[in-house]
Ligand binder design. Structure first.
Ligand SMILES: C[S@@+](CC[C@H](N)C(=O)[O-])C[C@H]1O[C@@H](n2cnc3c(N)ncnc32)[C@H](O)[C@@H]1O
Length: 214
């Protein structure tokens, strides 16, 4: 119970920050706190190629958890991933989901407010979902992350794929969370099972993790 109360306070500040950022910068990479479009796209590219490789199916249903204004769907539609990926997006931020509905007026059914897929998917993907946080204690933030990942795990048939910024020691600096790559792997392995990591190509410090059901 205590955790739920503190988590909703946590999410309140996160929602407020994303909402005002989107209003200020508009629907582009900067509007969801990315440095630029190429760092946003490079992350999608890695998440999707790992997902395709890990998927036993020719068509893979994904949930993009923390979908922002829907940039990943844009990217998929303009690439060969449109042939293999079936997309759904969720975000805890209502303004983000409204932006998705505006961007994809024919596909509003693909976007919902939430923290996990609304129905079973093959994989849940997270890009930058846990980077911004308003806390000083990284252990509390890690508990929050794993509590969210657990909810998505239950909705994902084959596994989850996420990226996190990493440093030598886990810490929070200027409201950005940095994980320790090895600690994250061992914690995720304990909770879920086999976890692998690759340094996200072209994004220094970013690591993409894949956790699969065996
Ligand atoms: C850095 S932005 C990235 C958006 C998008 N993935 C992209 O790359 O364009 C992170 C997004 O995650 C959302 N978010 C944060 N925590 C979340 C949670 N627990 N569940 C779902 N969405 C969350 C935020 O509202 C925000 O839209």
């Amino acid at each position: 119970m205590f955790h739920h109360i503190s988590y909703s306070a946590l999410e309140y500040s996160i929602n407020r920050a994303y909402k005002s950022r989107l209003k200020q910068c508009g629907q582009n990479a900067e509007g969801v706190f990315w440095r630029n479009k190429s760092t946003q796209i490079a992350r999608f590219e890695t998440l999707l190629s790992i997902t395709n490789e890990a998927s036993p199916n020719p068509k893979t249903i994904i949930a993009d958890v923390g979908c922002g204004y829907g940039a990943m769907l844009n990217f998929i539609e303009q690439s060969a991933y449109s042939k293999t990926i079936l997309y759904n997006g969720v975000d805890i931020n209502r303004s983000m989901i409204k932006a998705c509905w505006n961007n994809f007026p024919e596909k509003t059914h693909l976007f919902k407010v939430g923290r996990k897929a609304s129905r079973e998917v093959d994989f849940s993907l997270f890009s930058g979902t846990f980077n911004l946080c308003f806390l000083n204690n990284h252990q509390t933030w890690e508990r929050y992350i794993f509590s969210n990942l657990k909810q998505s795990w239950l909705k994902s048939k084959f596994g989850i794929v996420l990226n996190l910024l990493c440093e030598k020691k886990a810490n929070i600096k200027n409201q950005i969370y940095y994980a320790n790559r090895r600690q994250f792997i061992s914690r995720a392995t304990e909770i879920f099972g086999p976890t692998y990591a690759i340094s996200t190509p072209r994004i220094s410090g970013d690591v993409t993790f894949i956790i699969t059901k065996t």
